[in-house]
Design a protein around this ligand. Structure first.
Ligand code: ATP
Length: 505
């Protein structure tokens, strides 16, 4: 599976989706650049989200707050005091790890052992296999399952909440070794604050210390009244935002899954106190429906409800996606109570309340948040689209079966011949000009047509239009479908209709 992620990363690089940041200097840890095709796909994902959240909801509006915020913001939000991950170093290899992740990976390995037993038994018993019965009785499975249960019980659901000394003790008891050196010589576990800081202005005093925002949400909270008043918003209403966030992650691996600079697509929904759980359920349903509407595979999603809640939440769940490295968090949905607005009231001395004209009273609204990582969404789209296929003629191709509306190019226009005298390039460019206004188009005349099809497959272009001699006579072209490889002859006008139907959001 790690192998698949590597393949996807190298495909993404080879075809201009994602490059390591400052690669000529050997890259920078956990920072990536989106290339010419990546930026198109990323922009389309943003647009798809913005359309569903803002355009389709009369009562949701957007903002674009600055990355720098007054430092007190992060005191109020709790990030200065509590935005920490437990970190541990291996004394021999000098490598640094997130202690909770080491344990999570250990659990994943034990889970894989159980899965292996199941697969083995499935093969042996065939149709007669009763999975539930097997899980409940097989001694190996039971032993491994009880191992997992006891770890979970000991540290609570979120490992981050475990006591630091206990995390260290557990790592030693389980005999977890440094994945690099195999050494089990660990330091104590320490807390590590994830915020990046810098100085504002020219004087490097502590008073000038500011942070790069670790989440976009706070920019929404501090603007709550500005938007409510100027937009004459009535509760319930939402504020959406897409923007960069920065976290000094202790370990950042797995390609763009965990980066130190990333983008979030967040929406804070302000509701009447007491109605938050109902809205929380509503947003859970709406968000999973949004994901499934993209067609990346219904089975690739699952909810993970949090049992141990963060200090600000009274209900929380993740939408997990089946990434190449297994099911992992893609989006968080949190019922954040009035924690943030109340904290900002206290720290700023300003009221952040809504006057309810029906009830004739003012209150601090409760908040339901949906928080999606844009880069993780990108990885979900890319990894589910990545397909290696053997075709009927025995040849192989790598194709990105991207949802058509998100593809970097909706259509490629290809003259069969490159020779100017054939008249085909000129005709193809004429068609290109006609389509360019409504669709993202690519023009390509280099190499044999089969090779050009493969190139478009590799970047996920859903359609290729081929311009040949017959086009000059009757204005028809062949349109080739990326997924089923069918080629049909249609008039140029029909092409437009077909493209509109399949590539519009
Ligand atoms: P994780 O447990 O994976 O570190 P989190 O629970 O800290 O994530 P949230 O604070 O809920 O994440 O942030 C909301 C979303 O932002 C996540 O669901 C994820 O998609 C995205 N996200 C968070 N941290 C990163 C990161 N370092 N790189 C890329 N995306 C991230």
């Amino acid at each position: 599976e790690d192998n698949l992620l590597k393949k996807i990363a190298s495909h993404a690089k080879e075809y201009g989706f994602i490059f390591p940041s400052s690669e000529i200097y050997d890259g920078l840890g956990a920072a990536y650049d989106y290339g010419q095709n990546g930026v198109e796909l990323k922009n389309s994902i943003k647009q798809y989200w913005w359309k569903a959240m803002v355009q389709m909801h009369e009562n949701i509006v957007g903002i674009d707050a600055s990355i720098f915020m007054h430092p007190t913001t992060w005191k109020a939000s709790g990030h200065v005091d509590a935005f920490n991950d437990p970190m541990i170093d291996n004394k021999d290899s000098k490598k640094r790890y997130r202690a909770d992740v080491l344990i999570e990976e250990y659990i994943a390995k034990v889970e894989a052992k159980i899965q292996k037993e199941v697969t083995k038994a499935e093969k042996r018993f065939g149709d007669a296999f009763d999975k539930e019965q097997f899980l409940a009785t097989n001694p190996n499975v039971l032993r491994n399952q009880s191992k997992i249960d006891s770890i979970n019980e000991r540290l609570g659901n979120g490992l981050e909440n475990g006591d630091l000394a206990d995390i260290k003790a557990l790592i030693e008891e389980l005999g977890i070794a440094d994945p690099v050196s195999g050494s089990k010589n660990w330091t104590d576990v320490r807390q590590f604050n994830l915020m990046f800081s810098t100085e504002m202005g020219s004087v490097a005093e502590d008073a000038n210390k500011i942070y790069l925002r670790p989440e976009t949400a706070q920019g929404i909270f501090v603007n709550f009244l500005n938007v409510q008043k100027t937009g004459r918003m009535k509760i319930p209403f939402g504020i959406a935002q897409i923007g960069k966030a920065f976290r000094n992650e202790i370990i950042a691996r797995q390609f763009i899954f965990r980066m130190r600079e990333f983008e979030q697509m967040e929406m804070q929904y302000f509701v009447k106190p007491g109605e938050e759980i109902e809205w929380y359920q509503t947003w859970k349903a709406k968000r999973i429906a949004w994901h499934k509407s993209l067609g990346l595979g219904e089975d690739n999603y699952r909810f993970h409800d949090h049992l141990n809640l963060a200090h600000y939440a009274n209900a929380a769940a993740d939408i997990q996606f089946n990434f190449p490295m297994g099911f992992k968090e893609l989006e968080g949905i949190h019922s954040r109570t009035d924690f943030d607005l109340k904290a900002h009231e206290e720290h700023s001395g300003k009221k952040l309340q809504f006057f309810d004209t029906v009830e004739n009273k003012a209150y601090v609204p409760y908040v339901v948040e949906t928080s999606l990582g844009l880069d993780r969404m990108f990885l979900a789209v890319l990894s589910s689209a990545y397909t290696e296929e053997t075709l009927e003629d025995g040849s192989e191709r790598t194709v990105l079966k991207l949802p058509a509306p998100l593809a970097p190019y909706h259509v490629a226009v290809l003259p069969l011949l490159k020779k100017v005298e054939s008249g085909l390039p000129a005709k193809a460019r004429e068609i290109l000009t006609e389509l360019q206004f409504d669709f993202n188009c690519q023009y390509d005349e280099k190499d044999a047509i089969g090779k050009r099809y493969r190139r478009q497959d590799a970047i996920g272009t859903p359609y290729c239009i081929t311009v040949d001699h017959q086009t000059l006579e009757d204005n028809t072209v062949t349109i080739r479908d990326r997924d089923d490889l069918s080629q049909i002859r249609v008039s140029i006008d029909e092409v437009k209709g077909k493209l509109k139907e399949t590539t519009s959001m």
